[in-house]
Design a protein. Structure first.
Length: 142
């Protein structure tokens, strides 16, 4: 591997971007050394490491305009969340996210973990029955 900033690391990054384009992904510049990769209505932001390789800057999620909504598991249902807005995740959207993630990991040559291979993985898990457990127990007088 080359030193950060040399032509070898830039070539690796460029090759990764070309591989994504050739695999049918839409690649858009997302700022300094990062790109927005999208397909099937889903997207993720990848950034270039100092070694010139691609890594996730923002996890895969549903594209809502130019923003990537993250998947939140409410226990009884999955939701998409953008800022403070939350809306239900539909089955077709979850299938698209799973397909997008599979395709992206295959092109990038990333290892699939067992729980990711089973289906969609949420960014956060917020179950109703766990709300309020974070607070310390208060001693109540008789």
């Amino acid at each position: 591997m080359g030193k950060p900033g040399d032509s070898t690391t830039k070539t690796e990054w460029t090759a990764s971007v070309e591989q994504l384009k050739n695999a049918g992904f839409t690649v858009t510049d997302h700022g300094q050394d990062s790109i927005l990769v999208s397909k099937h209505g889903c997207g993720a932001v990848l950034e270039r490491t100092p070694a010139g390789q691609a890594r996730f800057a923002i996890r895969s999620g549903l594209l809502v305009g130019n923003v990537i909504a993250c998947l939140v598991d409410g226990g009884f249902q999955k939701f998409w969340q953008v800022d403070h807005r939350r809306f239900p995740a539909l089955a077709d959207q979850l299938v698209a996210l799973h397909r997008f993630d599979q395709d992206l990991r295959a092109v990038m040559g990333l290892t699939r973990l067992y729980n990711e291979a089973l289906g969609t993985v949420s960014a956060r898990y917020t179950y109703d029955r766990l709300e309020g457990r974070e607070e310390p127990k208060r001693h109540k007088p008789f």
